[in-house]
Design a protein around this ligand. Structure first.
Ligand SMILES: [Zn+2]
Length: 191
């Protein structure tokens, strides 16, 4: 189904999963939504189904993604939030017109307008980023310990000591690297 494109890394937090569509930002970056079609696929996974997407809308999405990344990184470092990135997030949030509706089964579903579904979906993502950065949700923004990644992720572990954006990728790689370093033996260390 991904037709040769990089797979998605699916997290449980919408906003930081979205920033994760560009991974290995400090190494060989992997673009996971290289085409409008892949953005459509990604949105569908998160219950934001749209029928079509233009390259201009993909650009809008990437602008929002990089803005969320910049703001979440600053928040994790307890730095001042970059004003231009905050503006982009606020613009997407205020221009989105999605409605949350409750299904008979008690689940939330997003209803997007027929005229601007992609913008509405981006509005939902922007609003999610706002709630995360504003500290309205149980968790803490942190940066991935992998030096080639440094993704901002939302740590919802009880102890707030999660180190990697994704256990299956960054966490595993780090563990393997440490294991190999130990096997080689570090000079001057007892092992
Ligand atoms: Zn990572």
């Amino acid at each position: 189904m991904s037709a040769g494109f990089p797979d998605f890394r699916l997290g449980t937090v919408l906003a930081t999963s979205f920033t994760g569509t560009l991974s290995e930002r400090q190494g060989d970056a992997v673009e996971r939504i290289p085409t409008p079609r892949r953005l459509i696929d990604w949105l569908a996974v998160y219950g934001l189904a749209v029928d079509s997407c233009t390259t201009a809308q993909l650009d809008l999405a990437k602008e929002l993604r990089e803005s969320i990344h910049a703001v979440a990184t600053a928040a994790a470092l307890q730095d001042a939030l970059p004003a231009s990135a905050v503006q982009v997030i606020n613009d997407r949030s205020t221009q989105g017109r999605a409605s949350a509706v409750l299904t008979p089964g008690g689940e939330r579903r997003w209803q997007l307008s027929p005229t601007s579904p992609v913008e509405d979906a981006l509005g939902v993502i922007a609003a999610d980023a706002i709630s995360v950065v504003a500290g309205e949700r149980d968790g803490k923004l942190a940066l991935c310990a992998s030096p080639t990644c440094r993704a901002a992720f939302f740590d919802t572990s009880r102890s707030r000591t999660r180190r990697w954006c994704d256990m299956n990728t960054c966490g595993n790689r780090q563990k393997k690297a440490r294991f190999q370093a130990n096997r080689r033996g570090t000079p001057g260390s007892a092992g």
